[in-house]
Design a protein around this ligand. Structure first.
Ligand code: PLP
Length: 463
């Protein structure tokens, strides 16, 4: 028997023509046939329902017995009454298959997913507990659209300290991750009259949000120093989307000279850069490089996320927005948005303030560094002819072959072995180079699994 009282939307009319037990039976039949009461779901005990409706228990027992005889309810001695699994249904809906944002593979080399087994659950639980204890009644209301003030303050400090971002908390907007930041920005840029957005070539594949907002995308080549700023200046774009810390997907780190050239272009042309700092916290054998935003805070929208540092499931990120874009964003938010979970925001503020965020990052940096070494080791020994790049930062490597492989066949064979795989080619808007480049994330597999999966992969390449 359940230890709580099951709620049910049912009522009786004492003055109506229909007998009370018949009213109960009819409502159950209707609810079950229409699907509002689902097969297998628990219904109130006869005692509880009689009490709630203010009628005698034998009346409800009679109704339940009748419903059981007709196949609607399953009654078993000592167990809670339930809707029968085989109860008659009026309508069987056909639902479209739901899409997932990611398909899961046992061994996944596709970039984008951090280690999903090391989410700091115990510390996060403490942060949620602390949040709930410190929140006052008004904090449980809707509140500021840009996000709760303590989180914006904590982020301003953290981003200045760790990423060299120059931010006043009033410029910070808490988002549901970069995906959401992008939707807001696409609309706000359009409002500001931007029609041409330059994107890195190759670049992040998810581009429909910009296109849907009416922006034209102009691909601008990325080389070993990052985006080609001279080509960007020639392109006529009024805004650019880029990933300077660890170019997505090649892994190139934008050079100092290119950063300066970009900052000059932004100022001269009063252009806007959107800096997607998706995995900027992870850097290994090179000196930390701050965010581009620090060089041109009036022209750069800096966007960060917890999706790589913590887990995509949190759906929490942030933007640091130049003051003159704030108004356009504020009006977007007024039309579209009531903000992210304030309880989670208080928890994240606590998590950052107590140093737990830094501690978790330090731990994960060491984990990823070891995995990166494991991957590099096995590449060197088992596939010495390839050229590896993009490994000084981030969570994945680019592995370039000297010839074109049968990429579709390799991906299909890998999927059959439960290995997720992706090639660079699909990240181009225009023509990709002839040679094949594999993108290999080392983030979401322990070292032994990583080596084993890589060895299997090598056999697939040679099949
Ligand atoms: C380059 C890049 N930017 C942004 C994102 C998405 O981030 P979020 O989960 O914060 O929406 C990803 C996710 O894989 C990414 O690879």
């Amino acid at each position: 028997m359940s230890s709580y009282e099951v709620e049910l939307l049912i009522s009786v009319d004492r003055h109506g023509p229909e007998a009370l037990h018949a009213q109960v039976e009819r409502q159950f039949r209707d609810a079950i046939r229409s699907g509002t009461l689902r097969p297998g779901s628990e219904v109130p005990s006869t005692r509880a329902l009689a009490k709630r409706l203010g009628i005698s228990r034998p009346l409800v027992m009679e109704a339940y017995a009748q419903l059981a005889a007709e196949g609607y309810l399953a009654l078993r001695q000592g167990a809670a009454p339930r809707v029968a699994n085989t109860a008659p249904r009026q309508q069987v809906w056909v639902f479209p298959p739901e899409s997932f944002t990611t398909t899961f593979f046992r061994y996944d080399f596709r970039p984008g997913i951090p280690d999903l087994s090391t989410f700091p659950s115990a510390r996060w639980l403490k942060a949620v507990e602390a949040a709930l204890k410190t929140m006052v009644p008004n904090d449980f209301g809707y509140g500021q659209r840009f996000g709760i003030w303590p989180l914006r303050q904590a982020l301003a400090d953290y981003l200045g300290r760790v990423r060299g971002v120059s931010a006043d908390p009033r410029q910070i907007l808490v988002t549901g991750g970069f995906e959401q930041a992008r939707s807001f920005l696409a609309q706000a840029l359009r409002r500001r009259g931007v029609s041409q957005l330059a994107v890195e070539e190759p670049g992040y594949t998810d581009r429909h949000v910009w296109l849907d907002a009416g922006l034209t995308l102009i691909p601008v080549a990325v080389d070993e120093d990052g985006i080609d700023v001279a080509a960007l200046a020639r392109s006529g774009a009024q805004a650019v989307l880029l990933t300077p810390a660890h170019q997505s997907p090649t892994g190139v780190v934008m050079s100092g000279a290119r950063r300066l050239a970009l900052a000059t272009w932004l100022r001269d042309c009063k252009a806007v850069a959107i800096e997607d700092d998706y995995d900027g916290e992870f850097r290994y054998d090179r000196a930390p490089i701050g965010a581009l935003q620090g060089l041109a805070p009036d022209h750069v929208v800096y966007a960060g996320t917890t999706s790589k540092t913590m887990a995509p499931a949190l759906r929490l990120g942030w933007m640091v927005v130049p003051p003159d874009l704030l108004l356009a964003l504020e009006s977007e938010l007024q039309r579209l948005d009531y903000g992210r979970s304030r309880i989670d925001q208080f928890a994240l503020a606590h998590f950052i303030r107590t140093g737990d965020y830094d501690r978790h990052l330090r731990k994960m940096r060491a984990v990823y560094r070891d995995r990166r070494e494991a991957l590099l080791g096995v590449i060197r020994s088992d596939l010495p002819e390839v050229e590896v790049s993009g490994i000084s930062a981030g969570l994945h490597a680019s592995v370039r072959f000297s010839r074109r492989l049968n990429e579709a066949a390799i991906v299909a064979r890998a999927h059959k072995r439960d290995i997720g795989l992706t090639f660079l080619r699909r990240h181009y808007l225009g023509a990709a180079p002839e040679e094949s480049t594999l993108l290999l994330s080392y983030a979401n597999m322990p070292e032994a699994a990583l080596r084993a999966a890589f060895r299997t992969l090598v056999t697939l390449l040679n099949d």
